[in-house]
Design a protein around this ligand. Structure first.
Ligand code: ITT
Length: 193
């Protein structure tokens, strides 16, 4: 059994759907851990490591965390690692409002979600990355998913993540790709299935 070091219920749902019947994963809440883990660093990799290392130190148990950012080409990769705190000055209504404002009249709408998973297994750390390329829409569409989902159309799809059911999002998503690598690693290295 692995602890998933996340306080984000949406992430926990998506990861559980991906691992359902393959591996038992419990969230921080289910593990009885209420701690908010800081994400002070400038890279997804360092933040992911901090989250899993914090939970490993607390529990001594195998665990994994993930950090995700939306990297927008016309904004030189912003908001990136600061995706959760993009609108922290509170000048805009929401992160999405700020993103659409910054992209106003910009023809290049290319962006990608990047997820970094940090796994701690038997005291050692391993990282896995998942990337989903796509386009930022002119306006939000759909109420599904979370975060930036209503303004992101993944390559190969016609609608935003916000207009998809979770299973459909999970066919394309950055998180799904990172989790697939995690599973492959666990299978080949530890014979878990
Ligand atoms: P943790 O407890 O796992 O750290 P968190 O909510 O702090 O949860 P992140 O720092 O990884 O998670 O999230 C960064 C931001 O990116 C945050 O604003 C999310 O809403 C957004 N985000 C992450 N994954 C996303 C996804 O799949 N679709 C849309 N937005 C996403």
């Amino acid at each position: 059994m692995l602890i998933f070091a996340s306080n984000n219920e949406n992430k926990v749902k998506e990861v559980n759907a991906l691992l359902h019947g393959i591996m038992e994963v419990i969230s921080l809440k289910e593990a009885g851990i209420m701690q908010d883990i800081p994400e002070p660093f400038l890279t997804l990799e360092e933040n992911a490591t901090t989250k899993s290392a914090t939970i490993y130190q607390l529990t001594g148990r195998d665990c994994f965390s993930e950090d995700t950012g939306l990297e927008v080409q016309a904004l030189d990769g912003r908001p990136g690692v600061k995706s959760a705190r993009y609108n922290e000055e509170g000048v805009f209504g929401s992160n999405i409002d700020k993103l659409l404002f910054e992209l106003k009249n910009k023809p290049n709408r290319s962006a990608r979600f990047r997820t970094v998973i940090s796994l701690i297994m038997n005291g050692k750390e391993f990282q896995f990355e998942g990337i989903c390329n796509g386009q930022i829409t002119e306006a939000p569409k759909g109420h599904g998913g979370f975060g930036y989902d209503p303004v992101f159309i993944p390559d190969g799809a016609k609608v935003t993540f916000g207009e998809m059911e979770m299973d459909e999002k999970n066919q394309y998503s950055h998180r799904k790709k990172a989790v697939a690598q995690l599973l492959n690693f666990l299978k080949t290295t530890y014979g878990k299935n």
